[in-house]
Ligand binder design. Structure first.
Ligand code: ATP
Ligand code: MG
Length: 397
């Protein structure tokens, strides 16, 4: 259920009718506290425009510690940066403009989804204060721009989200020019830059409130809207964000900029799988070889690297066997070229869900099945079937 506190009766009724029959109005903050004491599964509180901002911040701060699954949604007449930063700092999940009643309904739905997820997690870790869940982190990278990183990252995340194998977060680490939000036609209210002012208050619930839902089920942490918006994001913050997401989600897919900077290296360090993308052209392959050599120099574990060839069917006179010889690494997946890819991007949909039979979708799902999905426990597989499910090709020294 959702409870509303708003002192103006007309305003309270407008909010209540926007939220449907599963919402009730309470007469004030004392009544709210009394209600919450009794109703331990209450998951969402909406505070209307007449509730004092300081009271709202205090309530959110208390609940964040005592009852992390409860989400507070704040309705304000005017939303400015002061309101937003106070709200973020105190742990208010969403701030919605008074007249945006459909936005309010979406914010409440999202808050309740988060509450559900947090409750499941708390139930799973009861009696053990350490987070036990550890999601798999998959980073998609190529040092040359335009190779298809965002295409692979968004489609892989959508494929995982619809695979029934777990929850999925997608992080856009292309801090200056990230376009995950555009590729998936998202309308984010927060970006990764909002994690900076949270400082020590950045925790699981605060981070979940910065995510934007996509219809495939994935939750995206989008890049800042301005190219300089990510200037204050440090590699340490990237590590903290990935650690927190790995406690909340089963899979975390990371899109990257075309440069092996400290943020990308921090993501690599946390990753179970690093998909290195190339296309069949000399600059892309040269950059991939340099990336492989750099990773070798820093002793990055080779078994976490997967070389993926995009637009693999391009007729450019380079044989795949020759490319593997030059790279001294196997190409584990080949994604064909298709006009469906830019067409789906322009429509803001993920090709894997929009056209699951497209050869590109099939190739991406095949890569997911073989290299990304968490291995099924050996105990679950009959002995005679315990073979190398990855296809067995090895890196050459
Ligand atoms: N397999 C493919 N077939 C056809 N077009 C493709 C394919 N993969 C990617 N593209 C197109 O190539 C362009 C670049 O792709 P994308 O944005 O995914 O690359 P990127 O590596 O993320 O680029 P950047 O380095 O600029 O972030 C897009 O227009 C995309 O639609
Ligand atoms: Mg990109």
């Amino acid at each position: 259920m959702t409870v509303i506190v708003e002192f103006d009766p007309n305003g309270a009724e407008a909010i209540r009718s926007a939220l449907g029959p599963d919402a009730a109005v309470l007469p004030g903050l004392d009544a709210l506290h009394a209600h919450l004491d009794v109703n331990v599964f209450e998951d969402c509180v909406v505070l209307g425009p007449t509730v004092d901002q300081i009271d709202a911040d205090q309530l959110a701060e208390t609940m964040r510690v005592n009852r992390p699954s409860l989400g507070v949604v704040l309705v304000r007449r005017r939303i400015d940066t002061a309101v937003l930063s106070d709200a973020l700092r105190s742990g208010i999940r969403e701030v919605v403009q008074e007249r945006d009643l459909s936005g309010l309904a979406v914010a409440v739905r999202r808050t309740r989804e988060i509450a559900d997820r947090l409750r499941v997690q708390v139930a799973g870790t009861e009696g053990d204060l350490r987070p036990t869940r550890r999601g798999r982190i998959v980073t998609v990278f190529s040092a040359k721009g335009g190779c298809g990183k965002t295409t692979l990252a968004t489609n892989l995340a959508a494929a995982l989200a619809t695979s029934g194998r777990g929850t999925v977060a997608l992080v856009d680490l292309d801090l200056a020019f990230g376009d995950v939000g555009i590729a998936l036609q998202l309308f984010p209210t927060h970006t990764i830059a909002d994690a900076v002012p949270l400082g020590e208050d950045l925790d699981g619930p605060a981070l979940l409130a910065l995510l934007t839902s996509h219809r495939s089920g994935l939750q995206a942490l989008v890049a800042p809207l301005e190219p300089s918006g990510g200037d204050l994001i440090t590699p340490e913050l990237v590590v903290q964000i990935l650690d927190l997401l790995a406690q909340e989600f089963d899979y975390i897919v990371v899109d990257t900029p075309p440069a092996l900077d400290d943020h990308v290296l921090a993501a690599f360090d946390k990753s179970d799988v690093v998909a290195l993308l190339a296309t069949l052209d000399i600059p892309a392959l040269k950059n991939l070889k340099l990336t492989l050599e750099t990773l070798e120099m820093i002793s990055f574990p080779r078994d976490r690297l997967s070389v993926v060839l995009n637009r693999a069917d391009s007729k450019v006179g380079l044989a795949i066997g020759e490319v593997e010889k030059t790279l001294k690494a196997p190409i584990v997946a080949q994604i064909p070229s298709s006009r469906d890819v830019p067409a789906s991007t322009n429509r803001g949909v993920a090709l894997v869900t929009d056209d699951p039979k497209s050869p590109v979708s099939i190739a991406i799902r095949d890569f997911m099945d073989k290299f990304v999905l968490a291995p099924v426990s050996e105990d679950d597989i009959p002995t005679q079937m315990r073979t190398d499910r990855r296809g067995g090709r090895r890196w050459r020294k």
